[in-house]
Design a protein around this ligand. Structure first.
Ligand code: BDR
Ligand code: CA
Length: 342
């Protein structure tokens, strides 16, 4: 079960899941965040078309965070949320269930089996918890991209985007998951580690080569902004157009011609927790600070006297992750469009 605010890197996370034979996506919840919820849902449906995926339920989430107006970030993710890529509208229907209902009913239908993956704000999951407080015990595991612990923020000096958009939701989820058994504590992928997951143009070359897509070399730091991909493989073309926008955004913020692949990393950890080294902590969210509202705080040493409610990812091997991403998504892109004109 995945909950996304698609989103350039959310789109790559979905591609990673679709490309992973061991993953069965029971549903996709669309959360308002990078772009409004309806746009997120439309992107998810269109992405399923691009991948010629079988029917997968996509449910619309709340239009706004729990307690504050929605803030979106088209400057980071492009006018439609997928960078320079343009996806034709899908004829697939949205679910009649809300995103919160999808969470609850899926977990109840498969108790102890479902891994929840959240790569956007936690609005829908918080609403789901209000409907079903037993969720922390009904899910097999929860994996979340969000927060910054011993690391600066990416939205304010101390806040990470997904938490910043809906801090109340993050707090409700963190508090509720204190009830999860220790071996099923949420895995939290914060900026400390996700900002080490640096995608660069050479990764796109490797992806294209693996997918048998031509031309393989399409993106260079010297290109003028907004050049469009001519890749023969439609999935590679989509990724290239999406990620180019993300490269340009990161360069605007003096981070280099690269893009942090926060969400695909979280997806990979959801499927294979062994990719991540973790450390237990008690996590909480500042809701009232004058300049720190939305800041995540990890009590590593038990100073608050509260049991850990999260396993925070503290290390990984980014090169190994990218090998997996390139292999999986490249093979998948080739297979989906096998035998078609180049
Ligand atoms: C997170 O914020 C979003 O913009 C990305 O999709 C990612 O989930 C990183 O802070
Ligand atoms: Ca996201």
């Amino acid at each position: 079960m995945t909950d996304v605010d698609t989103g350039i890197d959310d789109a790559l996370a979905l591609l990673y899941l679709l490309a992973s034979p061991e993953a069965e996506i029971v549903g996709i919840a669309a959360t308002a965040g990078n772009v409004p919820a309806a746009r997120v849902a439309a992107n998810n449906l269109a992405l399923l078309d691009l991948c010629r995926a079988p029917e997968i339920e996509v449910a619309l989430g709340s239009a706004a965070p729990l307690a504050i107006p929605l803030r979106t970030t088209e400057d980071t993710h492009g006018p439609q949320g997928v960078g320079y890529a343009e996806l034709p509208p899908s004829a697939r229907a949205l679910s009649e269930r809300s995103a919160a209902e999808l969470w609850v009913e899926s977990a109840r239908a498969h108790p102890g089996e479902i891994v929840g993956l959240c790569t956007g704000p936690l609005t829908n999951l918080a609403l789901a918890l209000r409907l079903e407080p037993r969720l922390p015990r009904l899910l097999r595991r929860l994996v979340v991209m969000g927060g910054a612990f011993n690391h600066p923020g990416n939205t304010t000096p101390t806040t990470e985007w997904n938490v910043h958009v809906d801090p109340e939701a993050w707090k409700e989820v963190a508090d509720a998951f204190a009830a999860a058994p220790p071996d099923r504590r949420p895995l939290v992928c914060g900026l400390d580690v996700t900002e080490t997951i640096e995608m660069r143009p050479e990764h796109l070359v490797r992806l294209a080569e693996r997918a048998n897509s031509v031309p393989a070399l399409e993106v260079s730091a010297d290109d003028p902004p907004g050049v469009r991909s001519r890749a023969s493989n439609p999935i590679v073309r989509f990724v290239t157009d999406a990620v180019r926008f993300y490269f340009e955004f990161h360069r605007t913020w003096d981070q280099g011609y690269l893009a942090h692949m926060h969400d695909p990393f979280a997806a990979a950890v959801a499927l294979d927790p062994a990719l991540a080294t973790t450390r237990p902590a008690t996590v909480d969210v500042e809701l009232t600070g004058t300049i720190t509202r939305g800041t995540t705080v990890a009590d590593w040493a038990g100073m608050w006297g509260r049991e850990p409610n999260a396993d925070i990812v503290i290390a990984t091997d980014p090169a190994y992750f990218f090998d997996r991403l390139v292999d999986r998504v490249g093979d998948y892109a080739r297979a989906v469009y096998e035998g078609e004109a180049r």
